[in-house]
Design a protein around this ligand. Sequence first.
Ligand code: SF4
Length: 387
Amino acid sequence: MFSNWENPCSCRPVNASSGRSAKLKTMAQSPPETLVGMDLTQIRDLVGETGGPSEPAFRARQIYQAIYRSQARSFEEISSLPAKLRDQLASRHDLGLPEIERVYDSSDGSRRYLLRLVDGRTVETVLMPEGERDTICISTQVGCPVDCKFCMTAFLGLERNLTAGEIVGQVLEVSGHNRLRRDGGRLNIVMMGQGEPLLNFENVVKATRILLDPKGFGLSPRRITLSTSGIVPKIEQLGCEEARPKLAISLNASTQRQREEIMPIARKYPLADLMAACKAYPLRPWEKLTFEYVLLKGVNDTDADARRVAKLLARLNAKVNLIALNPGPEIPFETPTAERVASFQAIMRRSTPCFIRKPRGLDIFAACGQLKRSVVGQASSPVGYES
Ligand code: SF4
């Protein structure tokens, strides 16, 4: 039943009888690679093919920096290039930035973007400004093959993986549209949008390298977080990457049985294996593991649950983010009371830093698990997040 989890190209529903899973769509081919998403070596090859071997090596660096650091939006804006090379590139290639289809503004300052990709599919990206910090929540897949029962993205199934360019493109488009500053640790990226990032491992890692490259987008590794439902072998693989985001685990249960009910992927990657992978994960000196915990009324929110979670995390350098469920259509759970959430937090805090995440963008359906992809003329498709 779970044999295809590591290969989203042939992913099948967890529960073939589930109405949610029945909506799983076939995986389409990835679109062709665009300039956005290319690393320096690829751009060097492209310049050689386009301008010929006489083009100096620094041309590739000029293009790389123009796209990722200066955030050029067209070849014309790369004024450091000779006009002839610019025209040659423009006639044969696309930068490949996503197009803004719709923007939804929340009264709390959040902005939900519906971005159109080169093949016409759309993904959602959310900007959450707060005080001195801007956070962009990006997607890594169109849809998601993981069938978490509290998440509306699961209704979509997986349409396809995003390319590295489409992952970086969300950051470039939204940060450029809002003229966000990158200095002073102000800008944060969270891979908590649509999709399970570790089931699109190669593209996510490539995008991360570009975002972290000082000559590329230039973010600090402290400013990017990847959240996973617990793809154990890929967690181990991510730990071997030199350029990697911080790791967050979407835990959401205090026992194996409970996790299987809420997140069927736990049958493939049991809680004990997940915790072992977390214990073995090579944290950098400044780093903590983050555990996300969506509280579902009467399901996983009791004091006994809190004590069990505290025990699970006892030997880890970790912090916990609690999220009271943002209810959605067809989600078979309710939101716990504020008192219940506070009681859970108080127990957790005896042993582990524990925070309550306040929902953002509720009025534009941009809060965790609430995003709803909708645009005039297009069927409304629910998406959510908290991978
Ligand atoms: S919570 Fe994350 S991994 Fe689970 S279905 Fe939703 S998007 Fe996919």
